[in-house]
Design a protein around this ligand. Structure first.
Ligand SMILES: Cc1cc2nc3c(=O)[nH]c(=O)nc-3n(C[C@H](O)[C@H](O)[C@H](O)COP(=O)(O)OP(=O)(O)OC[C@H]3O[C@@H](n4cnc5c(N)ncnc54)[C@H](O)[C@@H]3O)c2cc1C
Length: 430
């Protein structure tokens, strides 16, 4: 039977690098490393949140573990961790510090996406470097106009001797301070640098590349690129999500992975589960900090909603209820994430209509995002005014949790995908 475009897309849709061959005993050993690293992230996190820079000392500590290769398939030198095992490691690290972990999460995402799409030869080379050389990846795709879903304005101009030179700006370069491998997307132009004229041609020309990355940390210049250390945001300070300007950055032919929209874009839906893992870890931290504080806090003599000589907040109805509610939400979110990881691994998502796979898998992320934002807000309300002071863990968690609004898929786009599918005319449904 001839393969249609839809069949290709469907076949590709389950592509990711996870080979899921890591035994539970070996996973436990790696998890212990994650617990230790998480402690270290917890220790240094406040300093780098305050300094508003990437947590540079975390690089050496991360590389001293085997965690960078957990999801690299065994045949390329990694540990062969499954999506769920990787998710558990990310959540554990995030419990220590979500901002530092979000940086390394970009590495996990790109290992998964690029690893699932590269040829064996490319994987042996690039994932081999990750597994054996402990190198890190990152993936700046979003642009100022285009965001994440807009077609890339960044150009890849073909060179006479082969390969491309890249021109344009990526505005979200999480983990660029630690990575030595870049994966990115750009639209292949003609030899004069003209973008294709029609929408369809632009879609087809947008391509996914991999290359060496590096820059001088003093001048911030690299070969054909410049890093603008301009990351200044409400939260997630330690991610080092800087702007990267490309001006003739060379990518050899061997750095072409595949088409971006029709190749990679359709297979990255599982990546939202790594973001979900970040915010699940953050939920665990919110619960932990709330319990630690609220179980001990005493108000003394009060005259308000309660009037009494001696009040421990752990006995106040709305606080007992609030902590119970938090724990319940965490537990439901954990089950949603673990179940979604397992269903994706087992291919059960193939039972959903093709159009709903992306938003339905993404539901774990949007659900956890909504709940983590509820939890950080509710924790502040229960803890009281001290949580509002700069440097307090609760104001920090509140700011960091707001980042969950943005990573793809966001809640609005998820609902649009689902609503559009459900409201389409009957003839299209057929
Ligand atoms: C801490 C942090 C780190 C990040 N790191 C990275 C990174 O390393 N690499 C990277 O590539 N990106 C990164 N991002 C960027 C991020 O994931 C988004 O791409 C970015 O926020 C811009 O996209 P947007 O959808 O938020 O905004 P816009 O694209 O400007 O969207 C504006 C509005 O239009 C809506 N919209 C956009 N496109 C569509 C569409 N096709 N259909 C319907 N509605 C649409 C959006 O939902 C939104 O409401 C990071 C973001 C954060 C917060």
């Amino acid at each position: 039977m001839a393969t249609t475009e839809t069949d290709d897309f469907q076949a590709a849709s389950t592509t990711s690098a996870f080979d899921a061959t890591l035994s539970e005993a070996d996973f436990d050993r790696l998890f212990e490393q994650a617990e230790e690293l998480s402690e270290y992230f917890r220790e240094i996190g406040p300093e780098f949140d305050e300094k508003n820079t990437f947590a540079f000392p975390s690089i050496e500590r991360f590389k001293a573990t085997d965690l960078g290769a957990i999801s690299v398939p065994k045949r390329f030198g990694g540990h062969g961790g499954s999506l769920l095992q990787t998710s558990k490691i990310i959540s554990e690290l995030s419990k220590g510090d979500s901002a530092i972990t979000l940086a390394y999460n970009m590495h996990y995402i790109m290992v998964g996406i690029a690893g699932g799409l590269m040829s064996d030869e490319q994987n042996e080379y690039w994932l081999g470097r990750v597994a054996n050389g402990k190198e890190l990846m990152f993936g700046p795709f979003s642009e100022k106009r285009a965001g994440f879903s807009g077609l890339a304005d960044m150009k890849a101009i073909p060179q006479e001797g082969g390969g491309w030179k890249i021109y344009g700006t990526k505005t979200w370069g999480t983990n660029c301070e630690a990575a030595s491998i870049i994966t990115t997307n750009a639209t292949i132009t003609d030899a004069e640098g003209n973008l294709p004229e029609t929408f369809e041609e632009r879609v087809a020309a947008e391509s996914f590349f991999i290359a060496d990355f590096g820059f001088d940390t003093e001048t911030l210049e690299g070969d054909g690129l410049r890093v603008e250390r301009s990351w200044d945001s409400l939260g997630m300070h330690a991610t080092g999500t800087h702007v990267i300007h490309f001006d003739g950055f060379f990518i050899p032919e061997s750095g072409f992975i595949c088409e971006w929209r029709t190749g990679a874009f359709g297979v990255l839906e599982w990546a939202s589960l790594t973001f979900a893992s970040i915010y699940l870890g953050m939920q665990a931290r919110v619960l932990e900090e709330s319990r630690a504080l609220l179980s001990k806090k005493t108000l003394g003599a009060v005259f308000g909603a309660i009037a009494a000589n001696e009040v421990k907040v752990s006995g106040v109805g709305h606080i007992v209820d609030g902590v119970g509610e938090m724990a319940s939400r965490y537990e439901i979110c954990r089950r949603v994430l673990y179940q979604t990881c397992n269903e994706v691994t087992e291919g059960k998502d193939d039972d959903w209509p093709l159009e709903l796979r992306f938003p339905y898998i993404g539901l774990a992320k949007t659900f956890i995002a909504e709940n983590v934002m509820w939890m950080t807000k509710h924790a502040m309300s229960m803890v009281g005014g001290q949580s509002f002071r700069r440097g307090n863990i609760f104001e920090r968690l509140y700011r960091d949790s707001a980042a969950s609004l943005f990573q793809p898929l966001n809640g609005d786009q998820t609902r649009t995908y689902i609503g559009e599918y459900l409201l389409q005319p009957d003839e299209l449904e057929d």
